[in-house]
Design a protein around this ligand. Structure first.
Ligand code: GDP
Length: 299
């Protein structure tokens, strides 16, 4: 909790001091509600969600003088109510050998790092994990995954730079099956500049994976960078059109002022949030805990 609280400090301090400014010695009237709403919008909670939260908080407190602490507590309750239903840990389906997880997201969102962090966790739990360097477009992405493979003791399946991502996914599936791996994590390219290319490539990867296992991928995890704020909402929509996103990981919640976007995303899409990234290190992936996040955000 400490790392999350520290990480969200910039998100929460604006909201928290804003609440103090708005509520000190003032009755909760329409103006105050509107100011609260604006404060939440500037905290990236999104217009619809901000309006509903402000209205809910005002419901039983209208025309009363309310201490900032009570508002912070009420805000934490409202945020937790939105986040609770989506705080669902990633679970490994042990009946699959391997459980195939496709990791998608735009370039730089933290896919490769998140794969490394997951690999570390499952290796520590004694599972056999294979990594597939499916972002064949960038040499650096392949190298980075190889480093994670060495660090965590996982085999990494690669192909040459510019190589066929679908072919690579196929080889990785074959290898993971032959090795009796528990989990196969497949990295992908995230070139959103050319959406039709991205879609075509991901569709091809999916087709090829299904040839070896019609139920695969068993998970499709979308990695979102918290610092992109409202843009993350568009990414959920775009990737949702290409693949059946089964869950989200939000990265870079350390030190961003835009962490509130996770609330907007949870409210709008209701997709499971499996984990959050709170740093670049191998241990900086935490299961998503709704109440901790709500408290850390509300200040
Ligand atoms: P990819 O292009 O989606 O594979 O993104 P990368 O995994 O290469 O990550 C892009 C950058 O973000 C790298 O410098 C990572 O170290 C950094 N990064 C990833 N996750 C986090 C996080 O949770 N917190 C911070 N501060 N940096 C992160």
């Amino acid at each position: 909790f400490g790392k999350l609280r520290d990480g969200l400090k910039r998100s929460s301090s604006a909201i928290s001091s804003g609440i103090t400014d708005i509520f000190t010695k003032r009755k909760l009237d329409d103006d105050v509600i509107e100011e609260l709403e604006e404060l939440l919008i500037s905290g990236d909670l999104g217009v619809t969600t901000a309006a509903r939260i402000a209205a809910n908080i005002a419901k039983t407190r209208y025309d009363k003088e309310i201490a900032p602490e009570e508002i912070r507590a009420a805000l934490a309750d409202e945020v937790a109510a939105i986040l609770d239903p989506v705080a669902i840990p990633f679970t490994l389906d042990e009946s699959r050998k391997p459980h195939v997880a496709l990791i998608v997201g735009v370039n730089g969102s933290g896919k490769t790092t998140t794969i490394g962090k997951f690999a570390k966790q499952y290796r520590a739990a004694g599972k056999k994990v294979v990594l597939a360097a499916g972002d064949t477009f960038r040499a650096a992405a392949v190298e980075q995954l190889q480093v994670w493979g060495q660090r965590t003791g996982c085999d990494v399946v690669t192909t040459k730079v510019g190589g066929d991502a679908a072919g690579l996914a196929y080889s990785a599936m074959e290898k993971a099956k032959a090795d009796g791996a528990d989990l196969l994590l497949i990295d992908t390219a995230g070139r959103l500049q050319n959406k039709s290319d991205l879609m075509a490539e991901l569709e091809k990867v999916l087709r090829v994976i299904k040839k070896l296992d019609p139920d695969a991928p068993h998970s499709c995890l979308l990695v979102l960078d918290a610092t992109t704020g409202q843009n993350a909402l568009n990414q959920v929509e775009i990737f949702g059109k290409v693949c059946n996103v089964t869950g989200l990981v939000m990265t870079k919640l350390d030190g961003t002022a835009r962490g509130g976007v996770l609330v907007a995303i949870a409210d709008r899409f209701g997709l499971p949030v499996h984990a959050i990234g709170v740093g670049e290190g191998e241990d900086d992936l935490q299961p998503f805990a709704a109440r901790d996040f709500a408290r850390a955000l509300s200040g």
